[in-house]
Design a protein around this ligand. Structure first.
Ligand SMILES: [Zn+2]
Length: 459
């Protein structure tokens, strides 16, 4: 880790100032404490609510949690009234995307959209060469945003030697994990060996021709989008699965759901995480028209170029030969069934929506994703676990964040109600704290209005 930090610091020193930094609250290291007084706490390490507690934060960490009558609040602390409100850990978007340095204003907007929705960590699944430096700037407090976990760019090598070289280059440039897209199947074992030797997890898609079983056997850290599960459920299917269509949509009628149990068993045994991104497929496969989807309130925060791209993508998807409306509905139902079976079988699940793909506005889309996970049969509490405690486990740092406990990073959201009763309570936080920096609602709203105005003027 220290080596990686050194590389990030070196890159930061060398990189030109690619985008405009702006004030992000008190710099880390300032010792002024913040206290949430008289708040109902969802610690998320277990399914309880600690009513009328006080939580004290200093230097970006939680330093005290106690019943309000017993809490020691430092004299100089900034006091935030928690009465009638609920404090929970910030959410993680475990499959998000941040633009590259060629679009500096969109980088800044994207980070703020995440924050405004209570997202305090993003596993950024499409690395840009600028992202390690961006990660360091966010960490230092120079740029406002969620903590970034930076994946490599998509691997593009056409043979094993090229893929090996890429993995080494990305590691040296500061990538914390390898993002898998579509490498040649025969290069997969080399990728695995190289990444393992460098201590780098690999995650994302399962390349065509590799198959679910080989990816699980190789110890892939996460499978995103439930990739290749549909193919696994087709009895006797060849591993050459290029014909299966988009996430198996062309094979959905050949699936034997009796094989779900085996898929779950194998996933649990491998310890591989799933980041389902239900919304990625459901937004494309839904019967909703793209015009109606573009009328969703959060669309005002997206650049017109992106909205047009989504409109075209959905229209084109509806024209594809492997897309039939009732088959699409069965694909959606099957994916929900799979998620529920994986979850109930003990396979680890982490929240991710794949923003900003296909109508997924950064931050807002995790709330749509959570509603879909609930529709798949998870309870609201179980859904919240996938977005808080589980991401910390998935990243191998279970004691660092994701719960409200002394010593955890002060990534917190303050809500007007208990999201275990209705997930909608998590949608519009009263305020968000990221690494100890407090963003009350009015400040978040000002940022949102500025983003909306910028995109309206860009029409
Ligand atoms: Zn993605």
């Amino acid at each position: 880790m220290s080596g990686r930090r050194w590389i990030a610091a070196a890159l930061l020193a060398l990189a030109p100032l690619a985008f405009c930094a702006h004030a992000a609250g008190p710099a880390p290291g300032t010792s002024r404490a913040v206290a949430f007084v008289g708040v109902d706490v969802l610690p998320m390490d277990r399914d309880v609510r600690l009513d009328d507690h006080t939580v004290v934060v200093r230097d970006g960490r939680i330093v005290e949690i106690a019943p309000t009558a017993e809490a020691r609040v430092p004299e100089e602390a900034e006091r935030i009234d928690g009465a009638g409100r609920v404090l929970m850990p910030g959410l993680a978007e475990m499959h998000g995307h941040v633009p590259g340095a060629d679009r500096p204003e969109e980088v800044e907007d994207t980070l703020l959209l995440y924050l405004a929705n209570g997202v305090t960590l993003v596993r950024n699944m499409s690395g840009d060469p600028s992202h390690p430096a961006l990660r360091a700037r966010i960490e230092s407090g120079e740029v406002a945003g969620p903590t970034l976990v930076v994946a490599s760019p998509w691997l593009r090598g056409e043979d094993a030697a090229a893929v090996e070289a890429e993995v080494r280059t990305h590691r040296a440039a500061g990538a914390e994990l390898i993002k898998l897209g579509s490498i040649p199947a025969e290069a997969y074992p080399t990728m695995v060996r190289t990444a393992d030797a460098l201590g780098l997890p690999f995650a994302g898609h399962i390349p065509s021709g590799v198959g679910l079983v080989a990816a699980l056997d190789a110890g892939q850290a996460s499978i995103d989008h439930l990739d290749r599960y549909v193919e696994f459920l087709v009895p006797g299917a060849p591993v050459a699965d290029a014909e299966a269509g988009w996430f198996g949509s062309a094979w959905v009628d050949r699936v034997d759901t009796a094989r779900i149990d085996e898929a779950v068993r194998r996933t649990v045994a491998a310890g591989t995480w799933n980041v389902p991104t239900l919304s990625l497929v459901e937004h494309m496969a839904s019967a909703e028209t793209p015009e109606r989807m573009l009328a969703w309130p959060e669309m005002r925060y997206m650049p017109a170029r992106e909205r047009t791209r989504w409109l075209r993508a959905k229209r084109e998807y509806a024209q594809r030969p492997d897309f039939q409306p009732d088959a699409a509905a069965r694909l959606v139902a099957l994916r929900r069934q799979l998620l529920k079976a994986l979850h109930d079988g003990g396979a680890p699940i982490a929240l991710g929506s794949d923003a900003p793909q296909f109508f997924n506005v950064p931050g807002f889309s995790v709330h749509r994703e959570m509603a879909m996970m609930q529709a798949a049969g998870l309870t609201p509490y179980e859904v919240l676990v996938t977005g808080t405690r589980n991401p910390a486990r998935a990243l191998g740092t279970p004691d660092d964040f994701g719960t409200v406990e002394v010593g955890r990073r002060a990534d917190l959201v303050l809500l007007d109600g208990d999201p275990r009763e209705a997930l909608a309570h998590a949608r519009t936080p009263v305020g968000v704290m990221v690494r100890g920096q407090w963003w009350p609602r009015d400040r978040l709203q000002t940022a949102l209005e500025r983003i909306a105005a910028r995109n309206a003027s860009g029409e």
